[in-house]
Design a protein around this ligand. Sequence first.
Ligand code: MN3
Length: 230
Amino acid sequence: MIITKSECQTIKNNNHDMNTNKENTSKFEFPTLPYSYDALEPYIDKTTMEIHYSKHHRAYYDNFMKAIAGTEAENMCIKDIFANISKYPVAVRNNGGGYYNHKLFWENMAPKGENGEISTELKEAIIKRFGSLEEFEKLFEEAAKTRFGSGWAWLILDENKDLQVVSTPNQDNPLMDIADKKGTPLLALDVWEHAYYLKYQNRRPDYVNAFWNVVNWTVVSSRFEKTMQK
Ligand code: MN3
C-alpha cells in the first residue's frame, strides 16, 4: 500500500486541530484530552477516564517514544510506520498502536448533548451498506462484544471506499499491514478491560451499549467525508 504525502499531511493537520502539534516540533505529541475526565459521565466514569488517559495512554506514548528513539521512525508519518508494521519490533506495534488508537478514541467521543449528529452523507452510506443505522449498530456491537481478550472495534472505510465493521486484537489497528481487513478508521471503540472494568466490571456489553450515548458524530462524519475525498 502506497501512502501519499497528503495522508501524512492530514495527520499533521488533525494534530494541529487538536492543538497538540505545533509547527516545527516533534510530530508525535501526547494529545490533550478534548474534555474533562468527568465529561462522559455516567457512560464513562471519571476515574476510568483519568487512569485510562493519564496512565494507560501516557504509557503507550512514552514507550512508543522510547521504541523509536534514534531510529528513522522518529521522523516518519505514523501511517507509513503502520503500513509496514510487520517489519518493526513488537514494541513499536503495541505502543505506536496504543498511542494512535487512543487519540482517535478520545476524539470520536464527546459529552452527550454536545456530540453532534451524523451527517446525511455518512447516514446514507451506512444505510446503503448495512441496511439501516440499527443494523450497523448491531454489527458494531457484535464486533466489540465478541473480540476475544483485549482489542478494538472499528468502523472503517476500506480501499474501495466501502464501509466495513471490523475488530483488531491488542493495540493493532486497520492501518497496519498485519490487519485482516485494512482501511481508514472512522470510529474506534476500546474494549480492553481497563476501558470499562471499574464501572461495568465484566459487563462489556453494557459498556458497548452505553458508548452510543457519547459518540461524537460530528468527528466521525468529518472523517468519513475527508476520506471519501481522497
Ligand atoms: Mn485503552
